[in-house]
Ligand binder design. Structure first.
Ligand SMILES: NC(=O)c1ccc[n+]([C@@H]2O[C@H](COP(=O)([O-])OP(=O)(O)OC[C@H]3O[C@@H](n4cnc5c(N)ncnc54)[C@H](O)[C@@H]3O)[C@@H](O)[C@H]2O)c1
Length: 341
């Protein structure tokens, strides 16, 4: 029997999830839920499934095995916790809740329910990032010295009026929005760091008390460092994630589309000094991260396989974000053990 899926929230990301759920051989799209009638009707018509207005109808429906929570952040944790309690498997979009408290509630609900809860950290499935991770894990660049990450776009007119500009709906600003992907990638490569320091700006978009720019630093017990800049004033979209090791470096540029071609630059240090050995790979195809992520989720549900984006990784990434906010507010270095306590 196929797994019957409900997608709650029929916006940009809900539409992507609906497409994957309807195309995967092991899943079928049973229903879509959205408070916006046009959106739910359009998606339901496209995939010939049931449209409902209230997310509770999706959770209560016995003909649903899997719930995707793809609403604004205000509702995702609440929907996911209720769905888990009702015995459904859940894919919840990033960020896992609006803050660390909600991320922990999600993890606790998954533990109690004994169901799969996957956090939508789709960047882990981008081909250049996936390849870099495999090379790094195989020791290609030796021990990590530092990570330098930058991620941003330039918003759009009226951005401050969208849900991302509203603290109650979003939780945080750009640090929570795109920054959580970066925090997740840092923890994937290096684990959760132990110290954090940050400065925030609200430079252009009138979204106070939210930030449109965040500069953060993390440090590990062994002295390794990771730096982060996430921004909604990056007028030409940018994604850059560099991992520097004792033997070489792995630099990812672009995510395809408006972020430019996705490339992985591998430089292996010349022990004699001078020019390193450089290898460049380009990944020009369509963005398959959503498809690969869905497949990973389905295998986890079907076979109990390990997967990327566990509830604990959700807590780890949100603890990192939380530590940066705490540092920015207090003006001092924050220990993550304090932030996560
Ligand atoms: N993985 C990624 O790279 C990525 C990218 C963008 C967004 N996201 C995440 O996906 C989620 C959705 O973002 P989006 O860009 O698709 O937003 P969106 O605004 O395009 O869509 C949200 C939809 O949810 C609906 N909605 C609002 N309140 C609801 C409720 N109470 N019940 C049911 N539906 C409701 C809205 O009507 C809208 O159709 C967010 O959590 C966001 O952070 C992830």
């Amino acid at each position: 029997m196929t797994l019957r899926v409900a997608v709650v929230g029929c916006g940009l990301i809900g539409s992507r999830r609906a497409k994957e759920a309807s195309q995967h051989p092991r899943t079928s799209l049973a229903l879509v839920a959205d408070v916006d009638e046009d959106r739910r009707t359009q998606l339901a018509t496209r995939y010939a499934c049931l449209p409902v207005a209230q997310w509770k109808e999706a959770i209560d429906n016995p003909a649903v095995d899997v719930v995707v929570a793809s609403t604004p952040n205000r509702y995702t944790a609440e929907i996911a916790v209720a769905a888990l309690a009702a015995g459904k498997h859940v894919l919840v979009e990033k960020p896992p809740g609006r803050n660390l408290v909600e991320a922990r509630q999600l993890a606790e609900a998954a533990r109690k329910a004994g169901r799969v809860l996957k956090i939508g950290f789709n960047h882990r499935y981008h081909p250049a990032i996936d390849r870099a991770y495999r090379l790094y894990s195989d020791g290609a660049i030796g021990g990590m010295i530092n990570i330098r990450a930058r991620y941003g776009h330039g918003g759009r007119p009226g951005y401050e009026k969208e849900w991302r500009g509203d603290q109650a709906l979003a939780g945080g600003g750009e640090l929570t929005d795109q920054g959580v992907h970066i925090a997740d990638l840092i923890q994937w490569f290096g684990g959760v760091p132990c110290e954090a320091f940050a400065f925030l700006q609200t430079a252009v978009w009138p979204i106070q008390p939210l930030e449109d720019n965040a500069f953060g630093l993390f440090r590990y017990r062994n002295g390794s460092i990771a730096s982060v800049h996430t921004t909604w004033t990056q007028w030409k979209n940018l994604f850059s994630f560099e991992v520097h090791g004792q033997l070489g470096s792995l630099c990812i540029e672009g995510l395809g589309g408006s972020y430019g071609p996705e490339r992985l630059l591998r430089a292996i240090r010349n022990p004699a000094g001078g020019v390193p050995t450089v290898n460049e790979e380009s990944f020009d195809g369509p963005d398959l991260s959503w498809q690969l992520e869905w497949d990973d989720f389905v295998h986890a549900v079907d076979e109990g396989r390990t997967y990327r984006g566990t509830p604990e990784e959700g807590v780890g990434a949100m603890a990192m974000i939380d530590a940066l906010y705490r540092s920015a507010r207090s003006g001092v270095l924050v220990r993550l053990s304090e932030a996560t306590a």
